[in-house]
Structures are given as C-alpha cells and as structure tokens.
Design a protein. Structure first.
Lengths: 66, 255
C-alpha cells in the first residue's frame, strides 16, 4: 500500500497534481452556489426596501429575520 | 412528427423553465461526475500498470489530458453559444457562453499546472516556450480576457455581446492548440488517444482516461448549470418568477 502511494520516486508530482485538480474544481463548485445565495439575499433586501418606500411605516417584510 | 424536440428546446430556453431544469439536473450530474471520477482515478492511479519509460509519473495523464480536452471542448461550446447569442439574441445562449468561460479557465489552469508538474520530472523543466504550452497559456489569457470584458460593462447584455465577439475571435486559437504538436516540432508529445485509428495506449490505461473524460464532461454540466442559475437571479431580477423565488424562500434559499 505504501509502495503504491509512493508512486515510485514521483509521489510529490502525482499527488500535487491531484491536489491542484481537486482544489481548483472545489472552488469552482462552491463559488457559484455562494453567488446564487448572495444574489437572492441582495434581491430580497432590495424588494424589502422598495416595499418600505412605497408604504412607509409598515415593518419591512422580507428583511433578514433577527 | 418529431417537432417536439425544437418545441422542447424552445420551452427550455425560457429562463424560469431552464432554472428549474438546471436545478433538477445539477445534483445528478455532479454525483455521477464524482462517482466516475473516483472510479477513473482508482483505475488510473492503482490498477493501471506503471509506464515502461516514465514509471509512475505518467499517471498525471489521468488528470492532465482530460482537463486539456475540457479546456478545448468548453471553448467549443462557448463559441457555439456565443454565436447563437449574437445572431438570435437568445438570453440563455448568452448566459451559457459567459458562464462557460470561468469553468474553461479553471480546466486550462489545471492543464497548465499539472503539465508543469509532469514536465519537471520528465523533461527536467517546469516550463518551456514550446508551441503546445504557449498556445495553451494563450488560451488561459483568452478565457480570462472574456471574463474580464464581460464584467467591465455596466449593462450585462452589452457586456455579453462584446465578450461574445471576443469568444469568436479567440476561437482561432483552438485549432492552434490542438494541432500545435503536429505543425511544430515540440517537446510536448503527440496525441495518445485518437478518434480515428488505433490509440497509442494500452486498454488498461485507456479506460480510466475515457472514464475521466466522461466525469469532467458531467462536472462541466453541473458547474455550468449552477452558474447559469446564479446569473439568472440577477439578470431576471425584475421578473415576477425571480421575485417569487426570492420572497418565498427566506432563510435557507432552497429550490
């Protein structure tokens, strides 16, 4: 098992390649998911501000819940 | 009789329909990509025998080559989408083109870095200004240029149109990358896997390579769909369906 993981004398190069592959794709996977959540949150805040301007006095409906 | 295909495509190009479709497909594509990727890596790193010349260092091929294929494949998809977006002004096509660029850039970066990690032990250098390496680096810069140009406009659709022109101009580089190993005398080895004729590789090494190719393609679908969904929230923020989505999913942002 250790021999297989050592990859001859090339362990460093093979495992670093694998790490780069996973790291780059992990960032690429998580970034759009976070962006969608942020976009929805921003839109919700904007809609709440509009609602508040239209009907002042009413509690902002969709502001982030405390 | 088979006109349900264009009808279905037409319906799918509507942002709210595509948003739901992409949300349903994405987890399956990503799950299958992880499964196939795991099988391919196990086959490539542990089952396939070592190369008679390169020893175990050649195993980088199972990451490097599928990534390199994707760097060109995604450019092809992006160019077709950009063309459709420019000619017919279909919003989905513009979005697909623009959101493909970061994924393409990610695979190009992986190709360059893993190629470097392969080159050091085999060629004795991290980098050389060889035709294949240089044209792949240019490909990365084109991808980054497209992303940069798209985001430099205040108006998103104007930005998408300008960047789509850059996509079509930059497409010249794709055949240069592909044929560079034939056209010039390069340090980079020629194609191992060929569509026409026999591949210069043993079956025990070929199947993990092709499985990884399928995995990266599915990964691209998953990543692209997540990106298009994120983009539509902003692009369609004035529309009722996005407002409903924002207001009806407080807190957890599900669906």
């Amino acid at each position: 098992m250790t021999a297989a993981l050592a990859m001859g004398q090339y362990g460093f190069y093979v495992w670093t390649s694998l790490a780069v592959f996973f790291l780059v794709l992990l960032i690429d996977t998580l970034a759009p998911l976070a962006r969608r959540r942020r976009n929805l949150r921003d839109l919700r805040a904007r809609l709440a501000r509009q609602e508040n301007r239209r009907r002042p006095g009413t509690a902002p409906r969709n502001e982030s819940h405390p | 009789m088979a006109n349900w295909v264009p009808l279905w495509l037409h319906r799918l190009s509507s942002p709210p329909v595509f948003y739901r479709f992409a949300g349903a497909v994405r987890p399956w594509a990503l799950g299958l990509a992880l499964l196939l990727g795991g099988v391919a890596l196990y086959g490539g790193l542990f089952i396939a025998p070592a190369d008679y010349q390169q020893g175990d260092a050649y195993r980088i091929i199972f990451i490097h080559v599928p990534s390199a294929w994707m760097s060109l494949f995604i450019y092809g998809v992006m160019a077709v989408a950009a063309f459709i977006g420019l000619v017919w002004r279909i919003k989905l096509a513009e979005t697909v083109a623009m959101e493909s660029a970061p994924v393409g850039a990610a695979f190009t970066l992986i190709t360059l870095v893993t190629g470097s990690l392969w080159g050091k032990p085999m060629w004795g250098t991290w980098w050389t200004w060889d035709a294949r390496l240089t044209s792949e680096l240019v490909l990365l810069f084109i991808y980054l240029g497209i992303v940069g140009l798209y985001h430099s406009f205040e108006d998103r659709r104007q930005g998408a149109r300008a960047a789509s022109f850059l996509v079509l101009v930059g497409a010249v580089n794709v055949p240069i990358v592909h044929f560079s190993v034939n056209w010039w005398n390069t340090l980079h080895q020629g194609s191992t896997v060929r569509l026409l004729g026999p591949s210069h590789i043993d079956a025990s090494m070929l199947w993990p390579l092709l499985t990884m190719m399928a995995a990266t393609k599915l990964y691209y679908v998953a990543s692209l769909f997540a990106r298009v969904r994120a983009d539509f929230i902003v692009a369609e923020s004035g529309k009722g369906w996005v407002r409903d989505l924002a207001l009806n999913t407080p807190g957890n942002d599900a669906a």
